[in-house]
Design a protein around this ligand. Structure first.
Ligand SMILES: Nc1ncnc2c1ncn2[C@@H]1O[C@H](COP(=O)(O)OP(=O)(O)OP(=O)(O)O)[C@@H](O)[C@H]1O
Length: 236
């Protein structure tokens, strides 16, 4: 069954200027769906519309048939959608453990077992549990940001440029973690500037341009398409 459906969404920051002019996409449980496109295409805006941070003016967002359109961000999270923003995605002066506790506030009863589960899954976070998040490496910080999202045991995880600022090695490790999260049954929507690497791990991808769907296909098909390679991947 399709997990997340984004259907013809029109949204923007002011009524006069709709950045998204009718964007549609789906993401199934266990699938990695990459969202690519040039700067300003509306990729981050699309994630903000899905999570209720900006109003959806037209169209719908549903999760397993349930309408998310019009919900407040907190309700969207409580309904199974975790969102990891590109910046300010951890509390720098708080410890790793405190960050995870905050991630669990929508479902307080399960905070302890979930933190224990995440520490077992990501030993590097367990080792640093008492350290302030600002002392983590870029890759570890991104891992913590994703783990905060995992605290709600989401059905869908929306990731905004998780590889930004990471070394190639750290980005590679982070993509491996994303794959593992998807393999556990979570639908991943992955907004990335790093289009080439995103297409390597994506089951499917959408390319947005100027607030509209421009192309879609499997990661392999889009990587092989000469026009896509030239225009969006900077390859010849
Ligand atoms: N908070 C905001 N208020 C007003 N306009 C905004 C805001 N955030 C983004 N925009 C505008 O919305 C448009 C789409 O931005 P968005 O961040 O969604 O693009 P993107 O595809 O994610 O690209 P990038 O990779 O550059 O982030 C841009 O023209 C941008 O200037």
């Amino acid at each position: 069954m399709t997990t997340l459906v984004i259907d013809n969404v029109v949204a923007g920051y002011t009524r006069a200027d709709m950045i998204l002019k009718g964007v549609s996409m789906t993401a199934d449980a266990g699938e990695i769906v990459a969202v690519l496109g040039p700067n300003g295409a509306g990729k981050s805006t699309m994630l903000k519309a899905v999570t209720g941070q900006i109003a959806v003016r037209e169209g719908h967002v549903t999760l397993a048939g349930r309408e998310l359109t019009g919900m407040k961000p907190r309700e969207v999270v409580a309904n199974g959608v975790a969102y990891v923003p590109q910046e300010s995605n951890v509390f720098a002066t708080m410890s790793v453990r405190e960050n995870l506790e905050i991630g669990g506030t929508v479902d307080r009863a399960n905070v302890r077992p979930r933190i224990d589960g995440l520490f077992a899954r990501f030993p590097v976070l367990a080792e640093k549990r008492h350290d302030a998040a600002r002392t983590l490496s870029g890759g570890q910080r991104q891992l913590l940001a994703m783990a905060i999202g995992m605290m709600v045991e989401p059905q869908v995880m929306l990731l905004d440029e998780p590889s930004a600022g990471l070394s190639p090695k750290a980005a590679h490790e982070m993509f491996a973690v994303i794959r593992e999260i998807a393999a556990s049954g979570v639908a991943i929507v992955l907004v990335e500037q790093n289009a080439f690497d995103a297409l390597q791990i994506a089951d499917r991808a959408y390319i947005l341009a100027a607030g509209l769907n421009h192309a879609e296909g499997t990661g392999a098909a889009l990587s092989a398409d000469p026009d896509i390679r030239r225009t969006f991947l900077g390859m010849h």
